[in-house]
Design a protein around this ligand. Structure first.
Ligand SMILES: [Mn+2]
Length: 473
């Protein structure tokens, strides 16, 4: 978290909302400029990395201009795409997102500056590494290459799982397996760290990084009890009692599903394209650590889903399929990516059009995935299956019976002509099938043999009009 200074001008539409944002950012990180107390905004803002200006800032124009040379300045004016100034929640969210983006840029730059300091970097991942650990190592290695820093990836234990072996073999990855030998000599314990090619010492590297592991999850670090670690990127618990003086750069986010996803953040923020191998293995890492985004798995966030969708553009689908012969099919992953990319959020509702879908099982799966996003209580996705729209809904808003709502909106909404539309379900789950014939002009055109693709946006807006009626009786 960065440090934020708020300056409130006259007539801010968001004046008074500062408390809400402050709460989200953490009170310790936020200060509000008081023109009656402080000399100038310029002086006051020195110790903050981000200045957030709200309302009419005419009086501060000159100061803000000076500040913006070396720090981030966010003002209401700079925030595009606020859906409507009537919605306090939207404004706060938009501001908050902008502020978080700033944090991300700082963090990414800090990491790259750090890497730039070293000619060699030893990267330690957890014992018996899994796809998340391995791919995160690869990702850091790739980022380090941009700074001509040489990286060795090291692990202890063994790589057993078929999937992990396949990952290493199919990409010809070079990881160093390190064994820790412990012996007693003259009353003290001596550790040796060795590879199959002989002794190796972390002390020989200019910098050390720990990825996807805390100190206790790697045997290697037990040989270096008080070693300073230059970079830590992890999502495990166990950092609470960290001795801060032993760690340099630190990015620990326990709410994230996979370190591979945190690494994807860096690629996105720094605008570095991941190569095919990196992207494929990171996608694999994200899917494995979240058990394909199973709600019963560890915690994960919206950003993890978005990152998978981002990686999907770069991956080699056939090799991912080969490595990952588990439950999620590639078609499902593709549909999931579409759901994430096409999502539209209206308050606590989320909708996504999935385009043409062959595997109809993928539609409810996509609905389930979207339903998991933060702040969402009703999720609806729909796709084009042959000559009809198949729609699936999930709901946890107790004010709405989604089955009944779908029935009301679609079955009784025959304003598009005479058609056989079926819809229904329970309060939590629902579905609908809408023949394209039901859609008036679109139906006519399609019956005439026109290409479906060109009607997609019309289909989408028709369905959206219907969806907007949900909950509004
Ligand atoms: Mn992990």
């Amino acid at each position: 978290m960065g440090e934020y200074c708020f300056v409130i001008g006259n007539g801010s539409e968001i004046d008074g909302y500062v408390e809400d944002i402050t709460e989200k950012l953490g009170e310790d990180h936020v200060d509000i400029f008081d023109p009656n107390k402080e000399k100038s905004l310029r002086e006051f803002s020195r110790e903050f990395n981000t200045v957030v200006g709200l309302g009419d800032l005419e009086d501060y124009e000159k100061d803000l201009k000076d500040i913006s040379g070396d720090r981030f300045v966010i003002t209401e004016r700079k925030i595009g795409g606020i859906p409507s100034l009537d919605y306090k929640e939207n404004i706060i969210d938009t501001l908050y997102k902008n502020i978080l983006n700033v944090d991300e840029v700082y963090r990414a730059n800090e990491l790259m500056e750090k890497i730039d300091d070293y000619e060699t970097l030893g990267v330690v991942i957890h014992d018996s590494p899994d796809p998340d650990a391995i791919s995160s190592g690869l990702a850091l290695q790739y980022l380090a290459e941009q700074k001509d820093t040489e990286v060795d990836i090291m692990y202890s234990g063994s790589i057993n799982h078929q999937e992990n072996k396949a990952l290493i073999n199919s990409f010809d990855l070079d990881l160093k397996r390190v064994e820790v030998d412990k012996k007693e000599e003259d009353g003290s314990t001596i550790y040796d760290t060795v590879t199959e090619n002989g002794a190796i010492s972390l002390d020989d590297y200019d910098g050390i990084a720990l990825l996807d592991t805390s100190f206790t999850n790697t045997k290697i670090m037990s040989a270096y009890p008080d070693k300073y670690v230059d970079i830590v990127i992890d999502h495990h618990e166990g950092w609470e009692d960290l001795n801060e003086s032993l760690v340099g750069f630190k990015d620990i986010r326990t709410e994230r599903g996979a370190v591979a996803s945190m690494m994807t953040d860096y690629f996105r923020t720094l605008n570095i394209e991941p190569g095919e191998v990196i992207a494929t293995s990171m996608a694999h890492g994200i899917l494995t650590d979240t058990l394909d985004f199973d709600p019963n798995s560890r915690e994960f966030s919206t950003r993890d889903l978005e990152n998978l969708a981002f990686l999907y553009d770069y991956i080699d689908k056939s090799s991912l399929e080969e490595i990952k012969k588990t439950t999620i099919s590639l078609q499902t992953a593709d549909i999931l990516a579409r759901a994430i990319n096409n999502r539209q959020i209206e308050g606590t509702n989320i909708y996504a059009y999935l385009g043409k879908v062959e595997d109809t099982d993928a539609i409810p799966q996509a609905t389930d995935y979207l339903k998991k996003l933060e702040g969402i209580s009703t999720s609806i996705t729909y796709g084009l299956v042959e000559d009809r729209i198949r729609l699936s809904a999930r709901n946890s808003d107790i004010k709405i019976n989604i089955g009944k709502e779908l029935e009301r909106v679609f079955e009784n909404g025959r304003s598009y002509g005479d058609f056989n539309c079926s819809a229904g379900g329970s309060s939590r789950k629902g579905g609908a099938t809408i023949p394209l014939e039901a859609m008036g002009m679109i139906g006519e055109a399609i019956k005439d043999g026109s290409d479906l693709e060109q009607y997609e946006s019309a289909i989408k807006s028709t369905i959206e009009t219907m969806l907007n009626k949900i909950g509004a009786s």
